[in-house]
Design a binder for this molecule. Structure first.
Ligand SMILES: Nc1nc2c(ncn2[C@@H]2O[C@H](COP(=O)(O)OP(=O)(O)OP(=O)(O)O)[C@@H](O)[C@H]2O)c(=O)[nH]1
Length: 219
């Protein structure tokens, strides 16, 4: 039987509640968009396989639980956060271009990444809801400037109009592949094997905490 993928790894979506993380995920994996907002109370992930540079990459993309995001500093938050960030290879830091507050909070999310994510994790800054031009509070240059400060790539996206969704997911995938070039070179010489980065298992159980299965695709 043909190999289904060469590499398996984990990406995370983080950012304030309501910035559109679940919608970005649903748009990328299922090409769906829903206008209602039901907060993700638990943690959920979706899988998608894409091909980059001739490599079949199966990505497991995790959607952050917003309830924990309001409880920084609490023990429960730290426990859940640690489990969530554990073994991530790539992270999307998402704000909403119509919310200055969500943009300001990116620095808090970056400090969480610094504290909890594995060293060498790849990051991309996303300014979502780019279709909401008349409600814009954060200029594109502000996004570019912040990304530059943190040494990240930057995309303005819209889960609603499908702007830059494939591009941003593909770019983060490329960055992760580049960061694991050595292991990948090994993979090419062992053509029949697949590379499972950081011991990630496809059927891995989700972290502790309340899991809201109804939010798997309710953007
Ligand atoms: N106009 C517009 N609305 C969007 C876009 N992405 C998400 N939304 C809307 O923003 C609201 C919140 O989207 P979610 O994807 O649920 O946000 P979230 O970041 O997952 O929120 P939590 O689960 O609370 O963390 C919903 O009403 C979406 O329809 C976008 O690109 N454009």
């Amino acid at each position: 039987m043909a190999k289904q993928y060469d590499v398996l790894f984990r990406l995370l979506l983080i950012g304030d509640s309501g910035v559109g993380k679940t919608c970005l995920l649903c748009r990328f994996t299922d090409n769906e968009f829903h206008s209602s907002h039901i907060s993700t109370i638990g943690v959920d992930f979706k899988m998608k396989t894409i091909e980059v540079d001739g490599i079949k990459v199966r990505i497991q993309i995790w959607d952050w639980l917003s309830t924990a995001g309001t409880q920084r500093g609490q023990e429960r938050y730290q426990t859940i956060t640690k489990q969530y960030y554990r073994r991530a290879q790539g992270i999307f830091l998402v704000y909403d271009i119509s919310s200055e507050r969500s943009y300001q909070h990116i620095m808090k999310w970056v400090s969480d990444v610094d504290e909890y994510a594995p060293e060498g994790v790849q990051k991309i800054l996303i300014g979502n809801k780019a279709d909401e031009e008349q409600k814009r509070q954060v200029g594109r240059e502000q996004g570019q400037q912040l990304a530059k400060e943190y040494g990240m790539d930057f995309y303005e996206t819209s889960a609603c109009t499908n702007l830059n969704i494939k591009e941003s997911f593909t770019r983060l995938t490329e960055l992760v592949l580049q960061a694991h070039r050595k292991e990948l070179d090994g993979l090419r010489t062992r053509a029949s094997n697949e590379l499972v980065l950081a011991e990630l298992e496809e059927d891995e159980s989700k972290p502790e905490g309340p899991v809201n299965s109804s939010k798997s695709c309710w953007c």
